[in-house]
Design a protein around this ligand. Sequence first.
Ligand code: GTP
Length: 346
Amino acid sequence: MQALLLAGGLGTRLRPLTEDWPKPMALLGNRPWLEHLIVMLKRQGVDDIVLAVKHCPEKIQQHFGYGDRWGVTIRYVVERTLLGTAGAIKNAESLLRDRFLVFNADIIQTFHLRPFIEGHVRRGGGVSICLTEVEDPSHYGVVEQDADGRILRFVEKPRPEEAPSRKINAGIYMLDKAVLADIPAGKEVSIEREMFPGWIRKGVPVYGHDTEGYWMDMGTTKRYRQVHRDLLDRKLDLPVSGTEVERGVWIGENSEVHPGALIVPPVLIGNRVTIGEKAVIGPYTVIGDDCRIKSGARLMESILWNRCTVETNAVLNNCIFGHGLTIGTRHVMHEAVMSRIGVSYA
Ligand code: GTP
């Protein structure tokens, strides 16, 4: 089975983390989300992967290469200008098989693909869309379906009383290559806003498939934090690297925690991390590989990517730090989101 992963967007809502880093490569439990996704795809029989990239493509290419380490074949299509979610698919047309899956690579989910794929094949193709149910559909495009699951229309950001359902597009599709003929080449086109309504109008069979399991669009810092809470609470069932040394405390290889440090679960500590005396770590804190947390530093509800240093007595509360940052001695930061490019407070 083949999957096209849409991973080229700018990730503006997750800036500054995504200024120099592709959003799908944002770490989730110390591993790029895109890697979790590729591992899950391989496990479910998807081994031919096309990555549609644009923003910082080298970060993705350097990490995955041709995909050998994951037992998959990866090919890249690099856009010169952003083509949007449908334009990117059209741009990859020459590499695509007659029938293929498409993933928004920034959606965190743990779906079983087999029933989705089987449903698409049983109906004879066209366009199939995974649907997920949300509590409050007023921020999304909600679907209205007939009794067979065929999508009649999308209602954008409905008021609660006007929502025909609480089911929204989950950002995973199966398409027959034939439908790509309708997408104009070399233009910015959105699959959600332009192609789905266009295909429905034209009479192309567009079906919704109900899914079960975790689903979260990690596109904002608020939701990126939430995904980590869910991971540490094990509501999101993804592998957590490291050994669980006590309930809710995972520590990677060759890491040293000073016996005088206090770890308050849940906490995930990566590989080759050092934690100094009287440091207080947690709860809901994730520390990436090769980080150094000096004595007396306090990290609560914070996420550090790799190679960060937190100097003596610094305090981080509800912060997210990209790769390779240093937080100075006695610095106190609340709700900061920081990368080498800049900082925001959200
Ligand atoms: P924001 O700027 O915060 O809206 O993020 P985004 O545009 O990166 O993501 P959005 O949620 O709008 O897009 C969903 C998925 O499609 C993400 O995985 C994006 O990387 C990807 N994507 C969006 N636009 C493009 C594009 O023009 N080309 C490619 N290849 N991928 C895209």
